[in-house]
Design a protein around this ligand. Structure first.
Ligand code: HEM
Length: 470
């Protein structure tokens, strides 16, 4: 294949110039300071294939449905790799060895091993736990007039992940492991950690490695604790696989699977929920329509699995929120051979990224893409490569069914019990750790459900991403 490609004319890939001070690394650092703006700027200024820095053709972005299809449907040519260099046999290396970072047969083996825990019937069986943990959160809001919503929703989703994925219910474990993962996320996504992988103090990379060891010990402790309890959750499936595997496998080999599932589940779902709550309270007409739908279908009775199929408007709200603010902004692959993206020759070993965020903002696919408009879903039916908040192809998010069920149940239950608005003078800045979320926290004021939401003036960088009515 490489020879065929060489016969074609090579075009240089456009991209921004290196910085005068700092060169390519400087430009990559600048890129990582606002990944959302940077990736959109690349597309706007340089078109559907662009290099992160003009003279570095090994870091490329390819935008739009055709390239999404090419990248995501050819998993042998476009393979996943860790985004952070890990010393061999380190805790960091083991923590990264989860489904999301595996290729080929290994990926197929673990994907089919885990699949039963994400099957439709399994997801229905999680409904009761999701609902009862949500009730506990909502009850705790009863005596409050406002809540710090990111903290609340993150704790809820960590508790849900612990219960349904790992069969663990104790609050103290939930909180501490969740906080440790949050700290680890901050360590591994810091631009200085990624750009300077130097294992010596005071470099942040060395601190991150030390923290990775601590985290690994906690995950292993969780697995030992769990090994003595027999339940049917993701962790039990993994632990059972040790007994049945032909290969010698131990708990330490599964640390990465546990860490990946835990991280991939609560952070993305938390961000999707927060964005949806924010979008709803800033769009009262849409909020009124969701409230009316939930009242008509469920009234004040508890939300049952059967109800979930009868809430199409809430479904459109969630879809639209995931279109406008998809937690996964972009994701990387590395090429295992020379290839072409359109007219551009790409060398083996290049890092190629696709972007759900940029695809979802293409006006030819979504009119007025910066507007939150759930009604658009009545008349559009995008292909899997035009709408891909959960990725696409054989590596599509394994938790898609669980995440959408979880979002629907929690949102419906919040809407049944409360109306909410942003606290005055709220500043909403976005940040990308692994996924697109809110920087810090925001306060929501709670009211009776029959009060019409009044949108508040909103400040902060979120205004760059969404055209709010106020
Ligand atoms: C709103 C919530 C979620 C969003 C937006 C989301 C998004 C994604 C995306 C875009 C990918 C593909 C990444 C790529 O192509 O490189 C992915 C993969 C994955 N997600 Fe999710 N996810 C969510 C929830 C979950 C949940 C709840 C779980 C597990 C409980 C989960 C576990 C995974 C795993 C294990 C993969 C790797 C799949 C593979 O490579 O075979 N995700 N997710």
């Amino acid at each position: 294949m490489a020879n065929v490609h060489k016969s074609l004319k090579q075009k240089s890939i456009p991209g921004p110039k290196p910085l005068l001070l700092g060169g390519n690394i400087g430009k990559r650092f600048a890129f990582s300071l606002d990944r959302v703006k940077s990736v959109m700027d690349l597309y706007t200024h340089f078109g559907d294939v662009a290099a992160m820095v003009a003279n570095d053709t090994r870091r490329i972005f390819a935008f739009g449905p055709a390239f999404n299809h090419q990248i995501l449907s050819n998993t042998d040519l476009f393979q996943v790799v860790p985004f952070l260099k890990a010393p061999p046999h380190s805790s960091l290396e083991r923590l990264g060895q989860g489904l999301i970072m595996m290729n080929g047969d290994e990926h197929r083996y673990y994907r089919s091993l885990l699949q039963p825990a994400f099957h439709k019937n399994a997801i229905e069986s999680y409904h009761r736990d999701i609902a009862s943990l949500t009730v506990s959160m909502l009850d705790s809001w009863e005596k409050q007039t406002s809540v710090w919503i990111v903290e609340e929703i993150r704790s809820l989703n960590i508790a849900i992940a612990n219960k349904i994925l790992f069969g663990i219910a104790e609050a103290k474990n939930n909180d501490s492991l969740g906080k440790d993962f949050q700290t680890w996320l901050q360590h591994i996504t810091r631009p200085s950690t990624i750009l300077f992988p130097i294992n010596a103090y005071p470099f942040p990379y060395a601190k991150m490695l030390a923290f990775s060891s601590l985290l690994e010990q906690k995950v292993v402790a969780l697995m030992y604790q769990k090994a003595s309890i027999q339940t049917t959750d993701v962790l039990s499936i993994l632990l059972d696989s040790i007994k049945t595997s032909d290969e010698p496998t131990s708990m330490i080999d599964l640390v990465g699977q546990v860490a990946t599932i835990f991280l991939a589940s609560y952070e993305t779902t938390t961000n999707a929920l927060i964005w949806t709550l924010l979008l709803l309270c800033q769009h009262p007409a849409i909020m009124d329509q969701v409230v009316a739908e939930i009242q008509a279908v469920c009234g004040q009775s508890s939300i049952e699995p059967l109800h979930l199929r009868s809430l199409p408007y809430l479904g459109s709200v969630i879809k639209e929120s995931l279109r406008l603010l998809p937690p996964a902004i972009y994701s990387h692959r590395v090429t295992t051979d020379d290839c072409f993206l359109g007219d551009y020759a790409i060398a083996q070993g290049s890092r190629v990224s696709y972007s759900p965020y940029v695809t979802h903002r293409m006006p030819e696919l979504y009119q007025e893409p910066n507007r939150f408009d759930p009604h658009r879903w009545e008349s559009i039916k995008p292909s899997p490569y035009e709408y891909l908040p959960f990725g696409a192809g054989s590596r599509m998010c394994i938790g898609v069914g669980l995440a959408t069920t979880q979002l629907t149940i929690i949102l419906a239950m919040i809407i049944q019990r409360y109306s909410w608005r942003l606290a005055p003078k709220a500043k909403v800045d976005y940040q990308v750790l692994v996924s697109l979320g809110i920087k810090g926290d925001i306060q929501l004021q709670l009211e009776k459900p029959d009060n019409t939401t009044i949108p508040q003036p909103i400040q902060g960088t979120i205004r760059r991403l969404v055209d709010f009515p106020v």
